[in-house]
Design a protein around this ligand. Structure first.
Ligand SMILES: Nc1ncnc2c1ncn2[C@@H]1O[C@H](COP(=O)(O)OP(=O)(O)O)[C@@H](O)[C@H]1O
Ligand SMILES: [Mg+2]
Length: 352
């Protein structure tokens, strides 16, 4: 039995009052008018007045309790509701007949929602800690290098022609790397704050791919990797931010070269017409990505163990940037890969 239910509460109250009345009735009729009412008349009167009293008390309590509870619960309900609707616009305030049940349901739902939010925030907090750890680690290596070279030069190396120029050159490389990290971080921060301004224009994605491939030609040549464009003479018009998509292609093709085979490496870029969109796929026959690592390659600073082995230079920011750009275009990017066979990155762009 639910004692907090206004109906049960009113029933109990009405019973108590009626029982009191019956006792009082017998008591008073016995003391005051010992012989005035007897038998059927007395019980008839008791039955009628007792019944009326019971019903009256019941409805009176019911009404006042309801009014009292509702007036308070409604406030709570309203404030829960208004807090919730700040984020999502749902249902609308329900009729107040089942307000108690509703409040119970709303509070349970709300609690669950909050619990999930707490979990998510905890995860973000973990992620943030990881991120800061990673940033300082990334910055340390080139900084220590610079410090090392500069001290050696100051401690006499400057006059030693066999190392002075070389150490200065290496210092420059490290400083360049620092600048690149800081630039990428700035870009990531900007992307993550959701302030990406897209300058969407109509352009030929195949032509942009040619430009990117040309730019990476030297690098591909050094690793003896062949970069091919499927149907290179075709024109495919898309509607997107040209510079940003150029960066997407650069990052993905650069990876296919960097993590490609040392011999007989091959990168192929293909385009598929898919109704509303164009699908761009970059396929390589490189080292591949383990299934466990696949969902993580788009995270900032994430590098696969094999990736680290093959190339010491990466920072793990390229694909994070790529993903942000594609998502800002409200398009999708995915990756599939088999270790030892190769990797395919595919993303879509709006046709123009
Ligand atoms: N084509 C690819 N083949 C194999 N591994 C890849 C490929 N592209 C990316 N990866 C893995 O994903 C990681 C993240 O890539 P990215 O964000 O571009 O960072 P970076 O190249 O600077 O390490 C790389 O470190 C590498 O481990
Ligand atoms: Mg990369």
């Amino acid at each position: 039995m639910k004692f907090h239910d206004p109906r049960v509460l009113s029933l109990l109250n009405a019973s108590a009052v009626t029982a009191g009345y019956i006792i009082l009735f017998f008591f008073s009729s016995w003391i005051l008018y010992p012989a005035s009412l007897e038998g059927f008349a007395m019980y008839g009167m008791l039955f009628v007045t007792g019944g009326l009293l019971f019903a009256g008390t019941y409805f009176f309590f019911r009404y006042t309790v309801d009014k009292f509870i509702y007036s308070r619960i409604r406030l709570i309900y309203k404030s829960i509701y208004s807090i919730k609707t700040q984020k999502t616009d749902r249902k609308g305030i329900r009729s107040n007949r089942n307000i108690l049940d509703n409040v119970e349901q709303e509070v349970t739902d709300w609690g669950e929602e909050k619990q999930k939010e707490i979990e998510r925030l905890k995860q973000l907090e973990e992620y943030r800690k990881d991120f800061i750890g990673n940033v300082s680690h990334e910055l340390k290596t080139p900084l220590f290098n610079v410090q090392g070279y500069v001290s050696t030069l100051l401690e006499g190396g400057l006059d030693d022609p066999s190392i002075n120029k070389e150490y200065l050159r290496r210092t420059e490389v490290s400083v360049e790397r620092l600048i690149k990290i800081v630039e990428d971080l700035g870009e990531i921060a900007q992307l993550e704050s959701g302030q990406m301004y897209l300058n969407k224009v109509r352009f030929d994605i195949v032509a942009v791919t040619h430009e990117v491939v040309e730019m990476l030609e030297m690098k591909a040549h050094e690793k003896e990797i062949q970069v091919l464009i499927n149907q290179p003479d075709k024109t495919m018009w898309v509607h997107a931010d040209r510079d940003k998509i150029r960066q997407v292609l650069t990052n993905i093709i650069d990876n296919s070269i960097r993590y490609g085979l040392d011999q007989n490496g091959r990168t192929k870029i293909s385009f598929f017409d898919m109704d509303e969109n164009i699908l761009v796929e970059v396929t390589d026959n490189g080292i591949g990505i383990d299934q466990d690592d696949l969902p993580r390659v788009f995270e900032r600073f994430y590098r696969t163990p094999r990736g680290r082995e093959v190339s010491g230079k990466g920072k793990g920011l390229g694909l994070a940037i790529v993903k942000h750009i594609i998502e800002a275009h409200q398009q999708t990017i995915n990756v599939r890969s088999t270790v030892g066979v190769g990797t395919t990155f595919g993303f879509t762009l709006r046709k123009a």
